[in-house]
Design a protein around this ligand. Structure first.
Ligand code: GLU
Length: 319
């Protein structure tokens, strides 16, 4: 279909250039073979799916807020005048550019904004830093940002690299397929089929754990998986249900199938050892859950697309 349209466009362009396409006999399109465009960094045989999950810690246990003050949190920022927050600007419903206002919008953006206001006040100066999943850890540890609020799963491997807040959302991974495909779950996919996901995301190993046969395909930004599915380059997309709901909302010919095949507790990430900031943010998270801000954000962005009345996770502290 795409190739056909490209051929027609090429024929039209050739007519414009030559200005001599007079008779119907001259209308045969030139036989050019235009390859389907692919996102940069696509990997058709990624490694790293087979490692067993690291269960050496309790990934949900963050730091008790105790009596940590906003002044202590402020001292943990790189710049006392503004807060830099790593986000996605291309994940529909979670962190994306509203096409009408060009402003950032979504569930993660609402949570991040409420946290920033708690630290810096209502006129908080927020510097938004868009990034891919694979850039998150280096962004906090390399002082590019003060925190990352970007659909980031808390797990033991990542706890070794960053500090996390308490869980602020509980997601799970599922599968997105064309409605006409007949595919009902990740387990249905065969060795001849390809499933797209984000490089450096937890889904690479989750896919291998559920279906060792299917061929994973990774891209640096999992949002590119949507186009690959629409092109027919891949058969399915596997990633968090929140993200897939956003893709399904963009393309009504697709739908999310199968039960969740993983647990994806989202945490806000901070530089390793910046525990005062983590403690303060945990207090701020508890407050925005208690005052209805969390529920309002959920109801605005996720309740309809996910089809369930969500509730905030109960925080868990290690000390
Ligand atoms: N939540 C998963 C992760 O943090 C997948 C989505 C993402 O990459 O942001 O790896």
């Amino acid at each position: 279909m795409i190739r056909h349209q490209i051929r027609l466009a090429a024929a039209a362009a050739a007519c414009l250039v030559l200005a001599a396409c007079a008779g119907p006999t001259d209308m045969e399109p030139p036989d050019v073979d235009v390859p389907t465009p692919l996102p940069s960094g696509i990997d058709f045989s990624p490694e790293g799916g087979g490692a067993p999950a690291d269960d050496s810690c309790d990934p949900l246990a963050s730091y008790n807020p105790g009596t940590t003050t906003a002044a202590q949190a402020l001292a943990g920022l790189d710049d006392q005048e503004q807060i830099s927050i790593g986000i996605s600007q291309s994940t529909n419903l979670m962190g994306y550019r509203d096409p009408e206002t060009n402003a950032l919008a979504g569930f993660d953006i609402d949570i991040a904004t409420a946290i920033a206001k708690s630290i810096l006040g209502d006129d908080a100066n927020i510097r938004w830093v868009p990034m891919t999943s694979g850039e998150r850890v280096e962004a906090v540890n390399g002082d590019r940002v003060d925190m990352v609020v970007r659909t980031m799963t808390m797990n033991c491997e990542r706890w070794g690299e960053v500090e996390f807040s308490a869980e602020y959302y509980h997601a799970g991974q599922r599968l997105l397929v064309p409605k006409t495909s007949g595919i009902e779950s990740l387990a249905d996919l065969t060795a001849e089929q390809q499933v797209c996901t984000g490089e450096s995301s937890t889904s690479v190993s989750n896919i291998a754990a559920v279906n060792a046969e299917v061929q994973p395909v990774t891209v640096p930004d999992f949002n590119d998986c949507l186009v690959l599915l629409q092109q027919g380059t891949v058969d399915a997309v596997a990633i968090d249900d929140t993200i897939l709901a956003g893709m399904a909302a963009q393309d009504p010919t697709l739908h999310v199938v199968g039960d969740a095949f993983s647990q994806e507790p989202y945490g806000i990430a901070f530089q390793k050892d910046n525990t005062d900031l983590a403690r303060y943010v945990n207090g701020a998270l508890a407050a925005l859950i208690a005052d209805g801000t969390w529920q309002a954000a959920y109801d605005k962005w996720l309740k309809g697309p996910l089809g369930v009345a969500g509730a905030a996770p109960a925080p868990k502290y290690r000390d």
